[in-house]
Design a protein around this ligand. Structure first.
Ligand SMILES: Nc1ncnc2c1ncn2[C@@H]1O[C@H](COP(=O)(O)OP(=O)(O)OP(=O)(O)O)[C@@H](O)[C@H]1O
Length: 556
């Protein structure tokens, strides 16, 4: 976190100066109190006017300092949180697809919703309070020493004992903190899943079970929070002991010095005031310091993400001429192989269909091509270069894909289609037409500028699919991969859209369950997959004539 302080040193330095004045202001106030009491015992009206002016001056300065502290603290926190979130977001997006998929997306959202908030409050904000309290403690201590050396020594002794235990407890607090963060992340995953499945939960009438499930996860989280709060409570107890002990001892000892005529009543008041400003900050410090320490695990966790660099090593490819899958075997888990000895060569500008029963591994083949997983046996080559040696970003720049469940942004239809790239209005309109979206766009109140809701819940499944198709076509990549692109479209629209998809001069791999003549006749090669292996391949006509697996699938 020091890096973020360094990069915002200007605002941090101003904050240090402003928050450090807290001690001086306490001494100022103690001085005013001393003068007030001494004036009352001397009954001197000139002294009274001096004290009055001094008090007004104190109030104005104190007020101004508070305003300035608030202003610069807000600036500092804004700057530091902006750069922190930027680096974190960039770090997460620097992950490869396979690394990103290893964690549930709720884990990432929980970092932003929870971890960063804790860091802001317990580290950066807390740090400024610590500076203020340290300044009060040291400056007031020096002031007390200048009044009464023996008194200062006694105060230090009491405080050292009182602060020692909470600092030790800080380590335990830190463990409790990280435990509660992990539990919160688990709870977040559940909440996200349940909200995403809202309609299904209602239809299946399992609301009570879901509530039980939620309660269970929440219970685990709250128990971890309860442990954390217990620990905080114990630390707070020691803090109170510290400040109370010091206050009582000081008053008694000061009284003794007054009785012995070694200090005036005004000085006794000033000392009591100063000691309060030693004991109270010290009491607070004994919980603030452990809190600061407790953010260490969060810092380490975030650092892991922020240290991820966009890996752009490897060989760059300038186009996709041929893709060779050579004896590929793969399973998501060790004991279940999904793809068995799959070998095939996809050639430039040819059209391929992959068909087969549900679960036979069609999408998995595509995921392996896209390097989502690298723990397969065999080799994948692109233009004769092994996929493991290629800079994947150069591969991604030459391909585009329509996913089975197309992700939709909570943004305008235009941005959902262009994905923030710059295209002319003519290009966008042409693609809208090819994806069969003309009527849909016309029906929208703001046309392409209409905002689509989160997950596209104000549009139909077919419209979502056509947006995804438009997005893919607009990129006009060398290789277009379609995973059941028209499964949600009516027969007529599907036919029209598929015609546009296959008319293009690109390599195309389409996974489809639509075994219809007018579609299948358009492919150069149809791969028939069964249990992760190609059992037949050829043109539609050849496969029909063979009267084998494909024929049975086709005839249903
Ligand atoms: N991330 C995953 N982790 C574990 N198993 C998975 C994962 N993804 C898919 N599978 C399993 O791998 C097998 C093949 O899945 P795949 O999605 O490739 O099938 P598919 O032929 O595309 O099916 P469909 O036609 O239904 O889309 C299935 O049994 C599926 O349950």
């Amino acid at each position: 976190m020091k890096k973020y302080i360094k990069s915002n040193l200007f605002y941090f330095s101003i904050c240090i100066v402003l928050f450090s004045t807290a001690g001086l202001m306490s001494v100022f106030l103690a001085n005013i109190l001393k003068r007030m009491i001494d004036t009352s015992t001397a009954k001197n009206i000139t002294q009274f006017y001096h004290v009055m002016i001094l008090t007004i001056f104190f109030i104005i300065i104190n007020f101004t300092l508070h305003i300035l502290r608030g202003f610069f603290k807000a600036k500092f926190l804004k700057k530091v949180m902006l750069s922190l979130k930027h680096d974190l977001f960039k770090g997460i997006f620097s992950k490869s697809i396979k690394d990103f998929n290893r964690e549930n997306t709720s884990v990432y959202t929980s970092i932003f919703n929870n971890d960063l908030k804790i860091l802001e409050k317990n580290y950066f904000d807390n740090l400024l309070t610590i500076i203020s309290d340290l300044s009060q403690f040291f400056i007031c201590l020096v002031a007390v020493i200048s009044f009464q050396f023996e008194l200062a020594v006694i105060i230090i002794l009491i405080n050292v004992i009182a602060i020692f235990v909470p600092v030790l407890l800080g380590k335990i607090l830190s463990h409790k903190q990280i435990d509660s963060i992990n539990k919160f992340s688990d709870l977040n995953v559940k909440i996200k899943d349940f909200f995403n499945s809202f309609e299904i939960i209602k239809c299946f009438q399992v609301t009570h079970k879901v509530i039980d499930n939620f309660d269970h996860a929440d219970n685990i989280y709250e128990e971890s929070m309860e442990n954390f709060r217990y620990c905080e409570g114990i630390i707070a107890g020691f803090s109170t002991l510290s400040s109370l002990g010091v206050s009582v001892m000081t008053t008694l000892i000061s009284l003794y010095f007054v009785i012995k005529n070694q200090i005036t009543i005004g000085e006794m008041m000033a000392i009591t005031q100063l000691v309060n400003n030693i004991a109270n900050p010290l009491g607070r410090l004994s919980s603030e310091l452990p809190l600061l320490k407790s953010t260490k695990p969060i810092e380490l966790k975030l650092k892991e993400y922020m240290d991820i660099k966009m890996v752009q090593t490897g060989i760059k490819i300038n186009g996709l001429n041929q893709i060779t899958m050579d004896h590929i075997s793969f399973g998501y888990t060790e004991n279940k192989e999904i793809i068995h000895d799959f070998s095939y060569e996809f050639l430039k500008n040819k059209k391929y269909a992959i068909v087969g029963n549900s679960g036979c591994g069609k999408s998995t083949i595509v995921k392996l091509l896209l390097n989502y997983y690298d723990n397969y046996k065999g080799n994948i080559f692109i233009n004769d270069v092994n996929l493991n040696e290629i800079d994947m970003s150069s591969v991604y720049s030459h391909l585009s894909m329509v996913h089975q469940n197309a992700p939709i942004l909570n943004d305008t239809l235009r941005n959902n289609i262009t994905y923030y790239n710059d295209y002319s209005i003519e290009q966008v309109n042409q693609i809208v037409h090819e994806a069969g979206l003309d009527h849909f766009v016309e029906s929208l109140p703001d046309g392409l500028d209409t905002v689509i809701n989160e997950n596209g819940n104000n549009i139909s499944g077919g419209e979502k699919q056509r947006i995804s198709i438009a997005r893919t076509l607009l990129k006009n990549a060398d290789l277009l991969i379609y995973d059941e692109p028209t499964s949600n479209l009516d027969h007529v629209t599907a036919k029209e859209v598929e015609k546009n998809l296959l008319n293009r001069n690109n390599t195309c791999i389409m996974i489809t369950h639509r075994l219809e003549d007018n579609l299948l006749e358009r492919f150069d090669e149809i791969l028939v997959l069964d249990h992760g292996t190609i059992v037949e391949s050829g043109t539609f006509k050849v496969l029909l004539d063979r009267k084998g697996v494909f024929y049975s699938l086709y005839k249903g």
